[in-house]
Write a protein that binds this ligand. Structure first.
Ligand code: SAH
Length: 264
């Protein structure tokens, strides 16, 4: 399914964006990249540097003169747009787009193109009107335009979720949440939660105490502190609980010191 999805970048002007888009596409397991009339050299070192190992996608990408040529064999063409246009067009959300993929790509002859526009001006109205539907990634309405590669990342991620769901019979939402957290980060306390800094003080105090009582040897840590951190952090300690735990450590240390000084 993922091999039937083509990412089409029109008129990209920054080679770094081509590289970053290639990386995003490869990360999500897609492999078909088409460039329409790029305004930079896709083999520029900046493209390769931003591709960070996904260079194969740049090397196998095809360059076309116009959109029609790049999507000629596609059975569904969806344009990614940062803003609403004057002539309303069928709109899908990124999740709806993903959820349609298994159906749209049921036949191995089917191909989908996701079309992305120029960094400065996006897609022209003519290009948008060549698309069956438009997809808009919900963003801050006052600052709606994502970086090109970031937009590619979001939509290819939805493609991957949909593909994972289709191979397991799960829904996209379930796949997005998996693996199910063993202990949800639920908070059922009216007390304010302990802050990161307070927890760090506690872990310092704990390590000193465990060392003092001979339970912990910092020279042979055996991941003890890491395991204890995982245990405590799983419980989302609140401030009062943390105070109790610190009180126990203080009392333990006092006891140990008494023990040390107690005459035999
Ligand atoms: N300034 C341009 C946007 C350029 S961003 C404009 O106003 O149209 C480059 C491309 O990234 C866009 O053409 C679009 O394909 C994609 N993109 C950016 N933000 C997006 C969003 N919120 N939803 C969908 N696609 C988006």
């Amino acid at each position: 399914m993922l091999g039937q999805i083509r990412i089409v970048l029109i008129g990209t002007s920054h080679p770094g964006n081509i590289g970053a888009a290639a990386r995003a596409i490869h990360n999500m397991g897609l492999s078909d990249l088409a460039l329409v009339d790029p305004r930079c050299d896709p083999r520029d070192p900046e493209a390769h540097s931003r591709a960070s190992g996904a260079d194969i996608l740049i090397e196998t990408s095809r360059v076309h003169d116009d959109l029609g040529e790049a999507v000629s064999d596609c059975t569904l063409v969806v344009g990614a747009s940062a803003r609403a246009r004057t002539l309303p067009w069928p709109m899908v959300t990124p999740r709806q787009l993903g959820e349609r993929l298994p159906h749209e790509l049921a036949s191995s002859d089917s191909r989908i193109a996701l079309v992305f526009g120029r960094e400065d001006t996006g897609l022209t109205n003519v290009e948008l009107q060549r698309c069956h539907a438009h997809v808009h990634i919900p963003t801050n309405p006052d600052f709606a335009s994502l970086n090109l590669a970031a937009a590619v990342q979001v939509l290819t991620y939805e493609c991957r979720l949909a593909w994972m769901a289709s191979t397991t019979g799960a829904t996209t939402d379930t796949v997005a949440q998996s693996p199910a957290p063993q202990a949800p980060l639920a908070i059922d306390s009216d007390e304010p939660l302990a802050t990161h800094e307070e927890l760090e003080h506690y872990f310092d105090h704990l390590e000193r105490t465990l060392t003092d009582i001979g339970f912990h040897d910092p020279a042979k840590p055996r991941q003890l502190m890491a395991r204890l951190r995982r245990l405590y952090q799983r419980t989302r300690l609140n401030r009062m609980e943390l105070n109790i735990l610190r009180g126990i450590l203080t009392a333990t240390q006092k006891c140990t010191n008494h023990g040390k000084h107690r005459p035999n």
